[in-house]
Design a protein around this ligand. Sequence first.
Ligand SMILES: Nc1ncnc2c1ncn2[C@@H]1O[C@H](COP(=O)(O)OP(=O)(O)OP(=O)(O)O)[C@@H](O)[C@H]1O
Ligand SMILES: [Mg+2]
Length: 381
Amino acid sequence: MSATTVDTPITVAVLDAGGGQETAAIIASERALKLVEIAADPDVLCDQLAKHAASVVLVDVRALASETLVSLVVKLRDATSVVVIGEPADASLLSRAVRAGARSLLVRPYEAEELVSVIREVAERSDTRTPATAGGSAVVTAVYSPKGGAGATTVATALAVALSESHAGRVGIVDLDLRFGGVGIALDLRAQNTIVDVLARPGPLDGAIVDDIFVTHGSGVKVLLAPETLGLADAVSPEAIGRLVQALRPHFDHLVLDLPTSFDDVAMAALRVADHVLLVTTPELPALRDLQRAMTAAPDLRNGRSHVVLNRWPSRAGVPLADVERALGRKVALSLPSEGATVTRALNTGLSLLDRRAGVKSASRFRDLARLVAANGGQQR
Ligand SMILES: Nc1ncnc2c1ncn2[C@@H]1O[C@H](COP(=O)(O)OP(=O)(O)OP(=O)(O)O)[C@@H](O)[C@H]1O
Ligand SMILES: [Mg+2]
């Protein structure tokens, strides 16, 4: 797949306060890669790169202050492809680096092949890359519920429409529920092309491709749908999802990802790459238990970039709000009432929940949610 052959190895530099021997060993074992520099200090690395350029620079974020990391990425991003590496606890630092211009990220533990494939991928992209559109670096919000039917797709689609209507800039939504995606139904859209077609395209994603493959909703939201055919999802790797989201960032101001309920590698890749995660649940024990489990399995879901959205609350027989918050160890950021018939009618008639004609009383809550996301999006994380 790579345009680079073993005759012209990809030059790689490594910044790692811990010595980087493990990374160096992986690079040394791969004929298509050539280690040109290894440094423990950012200034030393930059001095060395001035003498010997590298196509890809691997930056281990350990021991780097957030400001140092961002200014390093900004300094290097036009001349080389930066890949940042860290622990799950470094998630917000890694995502800051990506927003500053790092081309990809890797979270430990990872396999040697993963490192090699990320290096190949960013090097290949830089061979053919076109400059990003001015000012483009979307705030990415993933919407996730480990329990089916909790309302993740409802929240994701209404959030995207609310963001678009609040003039938050270019808004896109990607249906990452690759098997049973419901974004098309929720927004009453169909499309010739889906996420599988985007992933199959070689080369960089320019604006024309985005216009061609995304379908535009009446609110202005650009929508990338999931495939209609079940089996196609199997061909999509988590790495490809991470790369796709990063490649889409320059084309949007806000990107909403609607995730599947499964806690699989694709969902994890999307959760990792997102700036914010909305965790959707309902006030019922099975839903709360599943969310608790997901938060235990992915500790970074408990940090400040995630917010709990409690759907179908209040509920007569449901768990009281205080107990929901106690069970999750988190405050509920926003609740949405159950509006049975109104929501179903809107869905069946193809109206957005924010369309006044749908008569959805909680429409303003989605506008509140859009404000929450837009306000947090501007924060230095
Ligand atoms: N607050 C609400 N009031 C009434 N109906 C709702 C509400 N929230 C969601 N629904 C309905 O519940 C159903 C499931 O919602 P949705 O598809 O958003 O859930 P999901 O978490 O994405 O589920 P899936 O597991 O299928 O991905 C849909 O028919 C939706 O219209
Ligand atoms: Mg869904």
